[in-house]
Design a protein around this ligand. Structure first.
Ligand code: NI
Length: 402
């Protein structure tokens, strides 16, 4: 089965529809950008989205998975249900872009472009409402809370957002790819995200008399180094894995050996099979190294997000729509990344595809500030294309010829 049963004329009209709505898209994205909200706190953003969706005549369910929104657009003929998803949360980062519409909230910034994702999905909803009579089935719009802390998708699923959904699509902006381009990838696209927390209990004492103490700092240091062997000595060099300890805390003084040490870190993998093996490796290394240094270790291992694995058929549909819409020469193969995305959870439930939308400058995009950077900016030219792409993918899957 192919996806692009849409005529070239229909695709062009969707593309032009996106372009003609550019001013509105930019205005809405800037409005959200100026007033970013952290994960699980997206109440104002959600209220604005709900207001706009209601203007389109959609039935809107709010408060799904914290502040998430579920809205269905139902075509005249029964058929499958295609979900499109955007995320709405911002990051605890102090914005340094100097833009006139920069964050008005100290320490909070849309540094991952979720403001743009929200605007694009709203744009897609506008386009699809115009094409409603041609839809066989329904489109479900998912505006999700708390992607940045890997909680939103899980909550949405628990609260029925995927009930009846046959397939799902979503995109993420990419500032290091020029606007106008799209990047796709079969199979694994993004890494799994696990979080580890290690608490070491020693016995504190005078910094000059280590023999009378059990030093958790030395034990912790050995653990940090030892954990790297989980990657370098236990996993195939052809299977990407990262073990990062991002935070260490122990002690308050230069001459005191503390009682305790605490460390927090993340494990990333690119294969669901490898991810399954990591908990045992980390537990074994942490506990046995601590024991060797006479410390007691307590490990909390949390699997936050699985590997994001695209489904082949759905990647093919997105590629067909992309090529018909913007031309094969503007589609590239996405590089793999160990950055995580909780869209992965949806893909464990229903088939679908997540893809990158170029959001960088036309020249020198590879040097642009990346996602989560305080100087991250986004080329707003990507907004109409993203809206049109999402709309066209849904339409192609719900067209009469299916
Ligand atoms: Ni993001």
């Amino acid at each position: 089965m192919t996806a692009t049963t849409l005529s070239k004329e229909t695709l062009q009209s969707v593309l032009e529809g996106g372009r003609s709505g550019e001013r509105e898209l930019v205005a809405f994205r800037r409005e959200l950008h100026a007033k970013p909200e952290l994960s699980l706190q997206e109440s104002e953003t959600a209220a604005r989205v709900a207001e706009e969706l209601k203007k389109l005549g959609l039935e809107v369910r709010t408060g799904v998975g914290a502040h998430g929104i579920v809205a269905d657009l139902v075509g005249p003929v029964a058929g499958r249900t295609v979900a499109l998803r955007a995320d709405m949360d911002a990051l605890p980062i102090e914005e340094e872009t100097g833009l006139e519409f920069a964050s008005q909230r100290p320490g909070v910034m849309h540094a991952c472009g979720h403001d743009a994702h929200t605007a694009m999905l709203l744009g897609a909803a506008r386009l699809l409402v115009q094409q409603k009579d041609k839809l066989r089935g329904r489109v479900r719009f998912l505006f999700q809370s708390a992607e940045e802390i890997n909680q939103g998708a899980k909550l949405m699923i628990e609260q029925g957002a995927l009930d009846g959904v046959d397939e799902i699509y979503g995109l993420h902006n990419l500032p290091t790819l020029a606007a106008g381009k799209v990047a796709t990838r079969y199979g694994s696209l993004m890494g799994s995200v696990d979080r580890i927390e290690i608490k070491l209990q020693g016995r504190g004492g005078h910094g000059a008399m280590p023999d009378q103490t059990i030093d958790p700092v030395v034990a912790g240091s050995a653990i940090v180094m030892g954990l790297q062997t989980a990657v370098s000595r236990e996993v195939s060099p052809f299977a990407p894995v990262v073990v990062t300890i991002g935070k260490i805390h122990a002690g308050d003084s230069y001459n005191v050996i503390p009682h305790r040490a605490e460390m927090v870190g993340t494990i990333r993998t690119f294969s669901p099979d490898v991810q399954k093996t990591m908990r045992e490796r980390i537990e074994r290394l942490v506990c046995t190294i601590a024991e060797a240094y006479r410390c007691k270790a307590e490990l909390t291992y949390t699997e936050l997000s699985p590997v994001l694995v695209n489904h082949d058929a759905n990647v093919a549909y997105v590629e067909q729509v992309t090529d018909a819409m913007i031309g094969r020469e503007l589609r590239v193969e996405a590089a793999p990344t160990l950055g995580g995305e909780d869209f992965a959870l949806y893909l464990q439930q229903v088939p679908g595809c997540f893809f990158w939308l170029g959001a960088g400058p036309q020249e020198g995009a590879e040097n642009a500030f990346g996602l989560h950077h305080p100087k991250f900016t986004l080329n707003e030219e990507c907004l109409p294309l993203g809206a049109s792409m999402l709309a066209a993918v849904a339409m192609s899957r719900l067209s009469d010829a299916q």
